[in-house]
Design a protein around this ligand. Structure first.
Ligand code: NAD
Length: 336
């Protein structure tokens, strides 16, 4: 479909990891896309590739501030507002916690107001972090979480909880049609090599032959979703005719320990890098696995890309990005 037939989609945070894949997918599905990003954790190379796409444009803007007049001026064309703006990696969102909290609260407020003004649908990318260090496993949307409001992760976890509260208030008051996705760990090409998330850390350390750092004893679990599956889930959620007053978990329920993830990585990267254990970060969740029953029932969505394939594609991409010294195994090269 020609870019623009589905109207203008605003993607806040569109120059980041997931946002860059989403912007591309939206242009391919007939949207004109206007990306708003303050470039805090964006990769300039993501943006250069996007700028070559027909129907894509970019405005540098921090959503903490009132949105640029040039955005409001196009309200009549806007059909979708995706809010992905927020650093997602702990070292990055903790570097300026006040800004992280304000991004979630004021940024979501400004984007909801835009959706209201435009009569557009709004989607918030919330997070599995709203469940904190969960006592319920796997995590269903009805679980209210075990979150610290005093610790170093609170700016993000509580910021997202506040953003959800505001979003659902808009829905209750009939001010905007909303969707809330609770995203679980997602990985793939276009991640920042130094952003401090577990997949990028382990892959880049293995590929560069540096020390491989595992926090704690590596028995904490995560569930990893490949980025193309996540983007498909986000678009299906936005486009679905559900009433939108409940959040929807999006993630891959295949749970594994960090040690198991490392074994999978070492099966595809031939490296001599030593493994070093470091203390667990404060309030780090011990277990994480989404219950995706709601997404399956409402959206007919489930992840399709196996970890082996996703890791091989991501490893091949990082290898080129960082000029890897370690080689990829033949199996990884086939999958990529
Ligand atoms: P990312 O850090 O790669 O992308 C975030 C983007 O938002 C960046 O381009 C950054 O520059 C931009 N940004 C940050 N603050 C901003 C502000 N105040 N104004 C404008 N732009 C701003 O992160 P990602 O992994 O692509 O995550 C995208 C969204 O998905 C985030 O909201 C994150 O909380 C959510 N999420 C991601 C994951 C994951 O595993 N990747 C998990 C749960 C939730």
């Amino acid at each position: 479909m020609a870019a623009g037939n589905r109207g203008l989609a605003i993607v806040a945070g569109g120059a980041g990891f997931i946002g860059s894949h989403l912007c591309r997918a939206l242009t391919e599905r007939g949207h004109e896309v206007l990306c708003l990003d303050n470039l805090q954790t964006a990769r300039p190379s993501n943006l250069r590739l996007l700028e070559a796409l027909p129907g894509f444009s970019f405005i540098e803007a921090d959503v903490v501030n009132p949105l640029p007049a040039a955005v409001a001026a196009r309200a009549g064309e806007i059909t979708r507002v995706y809010n992905l703006a927020c650093a997602a990696s702990p070292p990055q969102y903790q570097a300026d916690p006040e800004h992280t909290m304000l991004t979630n609260v004021l940024g979501t407020h400004h984007l909801l107001r835009l959706a209201e003004q435009a009569g557009a649908r709004f989607l918030l990318t919330s997070t599995s972090e709203v469940y904190g260090d969960p006592e319920m496993h796997p995590q269903v949307e009805a679980y209210r979480g075990w979150v610290s409001c005093t610790g170093p992760r609170a700016c993000y976890d509580e910021g997202k909880r506040a953003a959800e509260a505001l979003t659902f208030d808009y829905a209750r008051l009939g001010r905007a049609a909303v969707r809330v996705a609770r995203i679980f760990n997602t990985y793939g090409p276009n991640m920042h090599p130094d952003d401090g998330r577990v997949v990028s850390n382990l892959l880049c350390q293995a590929l560069s032959g540096r020390e491989i750092t595992v926090h704690g004893d590596g028995s904490q679990t995560r569930s990893f979703c490949y980025v193309s599956d996540m983007v498909e889930g986000l678009i299906r959620l936005m486009e679905s005719d559900i009433d939108g007053t409940e959040p929807v978990n999006l993630g891959n329920p295949a749970e594994m320990t960090v040690n198991e993830l490392l074994d999978r990585i070492l099966a595809i990267v031939d490296t001599e890098a030593p493994v070093v254990h470091k203390p667990m970060p404060q309030d780090d969740p011990r277990r994480r696995r989404p219950d995706i029953g709601r997404a399956q029932a409402l959206l007919g969505w489930a992840p399709q890309v196996p970890l082996e394939t996703g890791l091989a594609r991501t490893a091949a991409w990082f290898a080129e990005e960082i000029g890897a010294t370690a080689a990829l195994s033949a199996r990884a090269t086939q999958c990529a």
